[in-house]
Write a protein that binds this ligand. Structure first.
Ligand code: FE2
Ligand code: FE2
Length: 145
């Protein structure tokens, strides 16, 4: 069993958001494997750097998407993203300063945060999109001029 299992209840859009999340899940597993196998600082540092970079890129893409569909909870969602990125960066700095014990904490933080955030908060985008679709289907077409 993988350290971080992808599960069906994490599906959001069956598209780009899920692909991003699946990539992050894979990267968290790679980081966990590297740290638990006692791989060198360089290997862990590279995986960590990729993971932080891809997490930040995903977050920005997700926010852009939310903005494009008029998601009403964007500001609150963004706050959650920002404080997570701050925490991630501060742990990454500690790792760069030589604290090797930070790496396992980082994979745990990423796993726990992603797992909860996707299920509780990202999932709300899917709920919103479904509601938007239903409302659009109910709205009668405008009469042509
Ligand atoms: Fe996300
Ligand atoms: Fe999110």
């Amino acid at each position: 069993m993988a350290y971080f299992e992808w599960a069906d209840d994490m599906v959001i859009d069956q598209g780009p958001i899920d692909q991003d999340h699946q990539t992050l899940v894979r990267q968290v597993n790679d980081l966990h494997t590297a740290t638990s196998e006692g791989r060198g600082h360089e290997v862990v540092a590279r995986l960590l750097e990729e993971l932080v970079r891809d997490t930040v890129e995903h977050i920005r893409r997700e926010e852009k998407f939310m903005e494009s569909v008029g998601y009403p909870q964007l500001a609150r969602h963004k706050e959650g993203h920002d404080s997570f990125v701050d925490e991630l960066r501060s742990l990454q700095d500690q790792f760069a300063a030589g604290s090797i014990t930070v790496a396992p904490r980082l994979s745990m933080l990423l796993r726990d945060w992603l797992s909860l955030h996707i299920r509780r908060y990202d999932k709300d985008i899917a709920v919103f999109l479904r509601k938007q679709k239903r409302e659009a289907a109910r709205t009668p077409p405008r009469p042509r001029a």
